[in-house]
Ligand binder design. Structure first.
Ligand SMILES: Cc1ncc(COP(=O)(O)O)c(C=O)c1O
Length: 469
């Protein structure tokens, strides 16, 4: 009998994949470089549970408490809690700690699916702020401050505002003004900083959400710092958050057997952040700038200016290649894996785990691709759907209704019974309870033919969709 998961993962390690995707430790290469290998070799022996001396994540008093306090210092929070079920559970806990059932939360439309799932769990009503989108690249830029103010003005009874900052594509906006405005109405601010755990490592990066006044910040430490997948943190600051409530919800939604491997990896990430983070980040930014410079006059490769320079969006439409094609060529012909692609380009997540040679490899691959694939082929256009669909039922009402499957084009103008989510990035285009539009169906059918994955639908072939009558 063969192993399946282990065999495939071993192949990836053996082939020395060049990683421009998460997790941030880049196939463990950063641990090797910094000589953490001896600790990691022992790690399987450290897999334990709550016994004398090992403390308890759900009521920490000793080693876990001290480790969390050290993390709190590093990330400049009042309190920090380790999460062993990703930012997903941090988002759920933050939302349910601040918003009682039937209350309102203000949300950026391009939020991660976990935000809407939290609304299902907590019976909370989301009110959306439209996304700001770059029309040439479909890059999600975050929110426009005037749109946020308008939605707050119309929903002063909301209990919280949750925003994604930075966006998956590394875009930011003036969060301080938004926090000040929300606080003036006593609305608490939760920031989904899943993609920004590294921001404190350089003045050349955007300011952190905590620095700008957020009350709760959730970070996927595993994405942009060297921690194992699923290891995240939730930070709180100020007087608007009831930490006991937050802890009591985490107790409900997290495993009662939290993994000591994941908690250890969070501690390792903090150790690396503290001791080496700033130097490694400075070297990374130099490498990124050199890499970008080498294509600055290129007609074939265009690199988008992101607020967080560690996110690189490369568009090859100028040479006749769409993003999904670029991603496949990089992986299949050059052993390079990007984070995600859209129609217009591919997104690379660079972290302090990336080495000089990764960028050289990427530069060589792209120059080779230009020589091999450059054409005058015209790439058509497909706009990311940006109208907020009409909401007929709350996410929770919709979740518990009976569903019926219909052919995909027959679902237009009907109430959606499931999620329509391009994955990655895991951002829902239509959520349960919303009216399905032709624009969204056209978009997913067009992009899925070109290489986009769509999750959330029972019928993954996109033949049918579940509606609510
Ligand atoms: C913006 C955003 N928030 C939250 C999450 C969930 O994070 P995690 O994978 O740590 O649960 C993701 C995951 O990709 C994300 O992109």
């Amino acid at each position: 009998m063969s192993n399946f998961i282990i065999d495939e993962l071993s192949k990836i390690v053996y082939n020395d994949l060049v990683s421009f995707h998460v997790p941030g430790h880049k196939l463990g290469k950063l641990y090797d470089k910094l000589n953490y290998t001896e600790i990691l070799k022992k790690l399987y022996k450290m897999d334990t549970t709550e016994i004398p001396g090992t403390d308890n994540l759900h009521s920490p008093e000793d080693i876990i408490k001290k480790s969390q306090e050290r993390a709190s210092q590093a990330f400049k929070s009042d309190k920090t809690y380790f999460l062993i079920n990703g930012s997903t559970c941090g988002i759920q806990a933050a939302i349910m700690a601040l918003c009682p059932p039937k209350s309102k939360i203000i949300v950026n439309r391009d939020c991660h699916q976990s935000v809407i799932n939290s609304c299902i769990l907590g019976d909370i009503n989301p009110v959306y702020i439209k996304s700001s989108i770059d029309r040439d690249t479909n890059i999600l830029k975050g929110v426009d401050i005037n749109d946020v103010i308008k939605v707050i003005d119309n929903n002063k009874d909301a209990k919280a505002l949750i925003l994604t900052y930075p966006t998956y594509y590394g875009m930011t906006y003036d969060l301080k003004t938004i926090c000040d405005y929300a606080h003036s109405y006593n609305i608490a601010v939760i920031i989904d900083e899943a993609h920004g755990a590294h921001l404190g490592l350089s003045d050349k990066l955007p300011k952190t959400a905590l620095e700008q006044g957020a009350d709760i910040v959730i970070q996927s430490t595993h994405k942009t710092l060297p921690a194992f997948t699923q290891s995240s943190m939730i930070h709180t600051k100020g007087h608007r958050v009831d930490d006991n409530k937050l802890m009591s919800i985490l107790k409900i939604i997290e495993s009662s057997s939290p993994s000591y491997l994941l908690m250890s990896s969070l501690e390792l990430a903090v150790d690396i952040y503290d001791k080496y983070g700033k130097d490694l980040m400075s070297n990374l930014i130099d490498n990124i700038n050199k890499f970008k410079n080498s294509f600055k006059d290129s007609k074939s490769i265009e690199i988008y200016n992101t607020s967080d320079v560690t996110k690189i969006f490369i568009s090859t439409t100028g040479m006749g290649l769409i993003g999904y094609e670029l991603e496949t060529i990089l992986r299949e012909e050059y052993n390079i894996q990007v984070e995600l692609s859209n129609y217009y380009g591919s997104l690379l997540v660079c972290t302090i785990g990336n080495e000089d040679k990764d960028f050289k490899c990427l530069e060589m691959a792209l120059n080779d691709i230009i020589n091999k694939y450059k054409s005058n082929k015209q790439i058509g256009r497909i706009d990311y759907p940006n109208d907020i669909p009409v909401q007929k039922l709350t996410p929770r009402e919709a979740f518990y209704k009976d569903k019926k499957s219909v052919k995909i084009y027959e679902s237009i103008d009907k109430v959606c019974g499931e999620y329509i989510i391009p994955y990655p990035p895991g951002i829902s285009l239509t959520s349960p309870g919303e009216v399905i539009t032709k624009e969204i169906i056209d978009y997913i059918l067009f992009c899925s033919k070109k290489g986009m994955n769509v999750s959330g639908l029972k019928d993954s072939t996109l033949g049918q969709i579940q509606i609510i009558e």
